[in-house]
Ligand binder design. Structure first.
Ligand code: SAM
Length: 219
């Protein structure tokens, strides 16, 4: 996003409690990628509006976004999956430190395996924020676990501007951008979901199951 705009939006954010800025600072110091502050605030606002009781997150890192989602709806239950042992351990510590282990369950493992073995859960919100090359697989595996009126958020779908601008050259980013572009195309054309891409932070896709009426009007 445009730097002036980002700086302006950052200034509009509320002051945060110390634990929030501590988690952000520690992640930054250790090179752990967490959701940017403007996107996080956007997701929290969506949560305040929709009050999802059960949330599934793919990609916990150190538990920052899970803790913040819970902050937006303190009654929620969150299940979050992380495959990096060190980050998983740190997430466990961060959640315990806040006494929120009964609200946030962190599962260690590759989400592809974990999701395939999950049953009987009706999540109101799924947040996909893990390996970008596997977004489609995460979506396919997590949406059967979605409640009928639930929705899915996918982060980083505009990836530093590289997704929209195929001329923008960067040896590594270009490849990731191609994968995300393919995911976006697939998602936008998904017969069962309506998707809107919001250019906030690194880009967030909001996908909602189509109502029956919407499905039949497409036919
Ligand atoms: N949502 C976190 C936050 O904002 O605090 C940030 C998540 S970070 C962008 C992505 C995380 O997904 C990384 O910690 C990475 O180890 C994890 N990850 C990537 N692929 C994964 C997979 N297949 N299964 C589980 N975790 C995965």
């Amino acid at each position: 996003m445009d730097e002036t705009l980002t700086n302006y939006l950052l200034q509009t954010l509320p002051d945060e409690e110390n634990w929030v800025t501590d988690l952000e600072q520690t992640a930054h110091n250790n090179g752990v990628p967490i959701m940017d502050r403007v996107s996080m605030q956007f997701v929290m606002q969506l949560i305040r509006l929709t009050k999802p009781g059960q949330i599934l997150e793919v990609g916990s890192a150190t538990g920052y976004s899970a803790l913040r989602m819970l902050q937006a709806n303190p009654g929620a239950k969150i299940v979050t999956i992380e495959r990096d042992r060190q980050r998983y351990n740190q997430a466990i510590r961060n959640v315990r430190e806040r006494g929120l282990q009964y609200h946030i369950r962190i599962i260690y493992g590759d989400a592809i395996d974990v999701l395939q073995n999950m049953t009987n859960d009706a999540f109101d919100l799924v947040l996909i924020d893990a390996a970008k090359g596997k977004y489609q697989r995460f979506f396919e595996l997590s949406t059967p676990l979605l409640a009928s009126d639930g929705f899915v958020l996918t982060d980083n779908v505009l990836f530093k501007g590289y997704v929209a601008d195929s001329e923008k050259q960067h040896p590594r980013y270009q490849k990731i951008a191609q994968k995300i572009r393919a995911y976006n195309d697939w998602l936008i054309n998904h017969p069962d979901f309506t998707t809107t891409i919001v250019p906030v932070g690194d880009g967030i896709a909001i996908s909602k199951t189509k109502e029956r009426k919407e499905l039949s009007s497409d036919a």
